[in-house]
Design a protein around this ligand. Sequence first.
Ligand code: GTQ
Ligand code: FE2
Length: 360
Amino acid sequence: MSVDVESELAEFYSDLDAVDLAPLWRLTDELLTPTPRPKAVPWLWRAAVYRALAERAIRLVPVERGGERRVLSLRNPGLGGAPYAAGTLWAAVQCLGPRESAPAHRHSPGAIRFVLAGEGVFTTVDGDACEMRAGDLVLTPAMAWHDHTNTAGENMLWFDGLDLPMVQALDAVFFEPHPELNQPVRGRNESERRFGGAGAHVAGQVTGALDPTPSPLLVYRWEDADARLRADADKTDRPSVCLEYVNPGTGASVLPTLACGLERILAGRSTPATRRAGNRVYVVHGGNGHSVIDGRRFDWEPGDMFVVPSWSAVEHRAPCQADLFVLSDAPVLRALGLYREEQLPTAQPVISAFTPRSGG
Ligand code: GTQ
Ligand code: FE2
């Protein structure tokens, strides 16, 4: 290129820049990537670390109107300080001390809770007080009034998952405090009585039904999910058994934006390395083991939480049976025709091991 053309080009680019025009031909590498290139990185948060900090939060920070919730968000270090576990998913640890209550409110982002330990807490959803025990899944769909109350004498911790980053990307966040600190309670476990029982889980994951209405069933008990996994494990020689929690009326994912599932890794087995479009957050419910994510080994134990960003290869291994709760944005990808997954032909070579920050 002649010096003339080169300097003319440089001037051209600077003129484009000055009037907020961007030439695509210089951006394709970062925009139209051959495969997804999420900013979020594979990461893990240890129960032993967050539990102690949650207990300090209970001692130091009251739950009040305004702050609304005593919640520690899992902040993915790849996201430049944004308080999200992945580009599309909010994930957090919420805690309530003895006889504390978190004020009633509602918002357009939908939420799910997976109980880490304890009992004596209920989440009231549109007047229905849903009891929460270890391993239970509780839904608070978009715009449903919700507050959390600890009636017991122990601290209680649970996992929160929200579609907040997705709703925020769509510029559709709405929030409203309830006129009362706590909403009136109309009944206890009513959705469970009306809609619980058969049809609350499917084997594997939802592939068909897409439904913009959330599940009318608001609480899914650990015992039922466990029984389903046990029955499926008896019939398989595969490395793991999976279920997805579903709307018992339609068979669709629990919320229009979020899917929840359980993956039981069977003793001594390894799952095949798999890539999926869409982000996933795992909560270890029981058992010890490790996952290899993009060639890095993440060891885990009960209560640990880890993120598998879109298109990262992941495989799990457990010496004894282990249960992983998994939250994903798959319903959105499926609704838009963007979902895909692929199994890798071989196990990943392990290049490094993850060592989380231990803190001060
Ligand atoms: O429990 O209502 O982790 O509104 C983030 C936002 C929990 C909740 C979170 C919320 C909640
Ligand atoms: Fe909320």
